[in-house]
Write a protein that binds this ligand. Structure first.
Ligand code: DQA
Length: 143
């Protein structure tokens, strides 16, 4: 089973950027962790990151070839109707993940355009959130 992990803007800076909020795990090591959690779950995990909204939308259009998607859209979560429409158009389940607890932060982060069209949402658990999303995707997609 194949899973697609998509990370949006500024997540390439993980480990350097606002470490008190996002922790010290780098993007490269998050990718390594996702691959290794995936192999424990018998999942082939493909990770992609882009700072560009249109690129994330193009990748969501390709996501039909995967069993499910784990999506951390970064700030686009709170702004992008276009990303929401791309998620809504997809028949495979999408799990929204945020490293930080967006509800404990600024009010503009409390609203997500994506949550209503996602299968589930995990936030505030750091990299563990990706692991839990992979686990959930695997469990739900096997049914
Ligand atoms: C984030 C939360 C967003 O509000 C923020 O813009 C990000 C990262 C998270 O993983 O906690 O870039 O998605």
């Amino acid at each position: 089973m194949r899973a697609l992990v998509l990370n949006g803007p500024n997540l390439n800076l993980l480990g350097q950027r606002e470490t008190s909020v996002y922790g010290t795990t780098t993007y490269e090591s998050l990718v390594e962790q996702c691959r290794s959690w995936g192999s424990q779950l018998q999942l082939l995990v493909e990770c992609r990151q882009s700072n560009h909204e249109g690129q994330l939308i193009d990748w969501l259009h390709e996501a039909q070839d995967f069993a499910f998607v784990v999506l951390n859209a970064g700030a686009y979560t709170h702004t992008s109707v276009a990303l929401r429409d791309a998620v809504a158009a997809l028949s495979v389940p999408v799990f929204e993940v945020h490293l930080s607890n967006v509800f404990a932060r600024e009010e503009f982060r409390h609203h997500s355009f994506l949550s209503p069209v996602c299968r589930g949402v995990i936030c505030g658990l750091g990299p563990l959130g990706y692991r839990l999303a992979l686990q959930a995707g695997q469990a739900l997609a096997s049914h």
